[in-house]
Design a protein around this ligand. Structure first.
Ligand code: BEZ
Ligand code: FE
Length: 287
């Protein structure tokens, strides 16, 4: 019988896994064991604290459904998701940010200049820009897939029981031959991440709020380029400095400005915009 104590247990646990030496799996698993054990020794965890952590994770699992991922929300409020986004953003490309839980991979294709508001009230904004590579070459035909909340901070997918169409306020655009995209939509409002579960309890325990600043979500892709998942925020808007999920990056904040009287916006739109947001996307090559 090996003599095992609170200092030798870490190596013993690592050795107990028969992983391929030097593999990525082994590195990640060994790192996790080391950090978990170091944390436990450093804070001299009590049985009560240990059980509290396990019950918290149990509660996260209990409330989770295919539509409600409490563990992803936990990752979001701990800045874990944002950290992974930051690490995996490619230099020279638009920075990545939260995917969030409301993406649908089968949103309808829309023509450039279409209006996404589906008759909803709110400020009509023209969103326009170009998609280029990191050497400023346009990427004609790039796909700009977008989704967002409405002017009350709700995603239509959250209100299907109230008769809303989950495909509203989303669309897939194909950039024109110069890499340009444009459409109109309704200006979204801030909203809260779900806080009626264990993650909400954690936020309250830490005196934190659950609000996210208003934003537009995007996945942008083009052949042979690494696709980006990101968000665009609006300058000076509420919660821009304290997003509950740490999604805001300086480079992702756009200026929202009113359309000037008689201004030539250079594009044709189905609906007359009251405000404009310009945002360019930069994709880096794959690999
Ligand atoms: C969102 O941006 O849609 C979102 C992100 C994290 C948690 C909940 C919602
Ligand atoms: Fe969102």
């Amino acid at each position: 019988m090996k003599d095992i104590n609170q200092f030798t247990i870490t190596q013993a646990v690592k050795d107990s896994f028969r992983t391929e030496e030097g593999s990525r799996f082994e590195q990640l698993l060994h790192g996790l064991i080391e950090h978990l054990h170091d944390y436990t020794r450093e804070h001299q965890l009590t049985h009560e604290e240990w059980m509290r952590v396990l019950m918290f994770l149990y509660d996260c699992g209990k409330i989770s459904t295919p539509e409600r991922h409490e563990f992803i929300l936990l990752s979001d409020v701990l800045g874990f998701s944002a950290l992974v986004d930051m690490i995996n953003s490619k230099g020279g490309a638009t920075e990545g940010s939260n995917l969030g839980p409301f993406y649908l991979d089968d949103a309808p294709r829309k023509a450039l200049g279409a209006d996404l508001s589906d008759g909803r009230d709110g400020v009509t904004v023209l969103v326009r820009g170009k998609v280029t590579d990191n050497l400023h070459n346009p990427l004609p035909g790039a796909i700009v897939d977008t989704w967002q909340a409405d002017a009350s901070g709700t995603y239509p997918i959250q209100e299907q029981a109230q008769g809303q169409d989950k495909m509203d306020l989303r669309g897939v655009f194909e950039a024109d031959e110069t890499g340009r995209y444009w459409y109109t939509t309704v200006l979204p409002k801030p909203y809260t991440v779900p806080y009626d579960g264990p993650v909400g309890e954690l936020l309250r325990a830490g005196n934190r709020h659950a609000w996210r600043p208003a934003h537009l979500h995007y996945i942008v892709r083009a052949p042979r380029m690494a696709s980006i998942t990101t968000e665009v925020f609006f300058e000076n808007m509420e919660y821009i400095d304290n997003d509950a999920v740490f999604g805001v990056r300086k480079s992702l904040i756009a200026k929202l400005r009113p359309v000037k009287k008689g201004e030539d916006l250079g594009v044709t739109t189905d609906k007359k915009p009251e405000a404009v947001v310009d945002f360019d996307f930069i994709l880096a090559p794959e690999g």
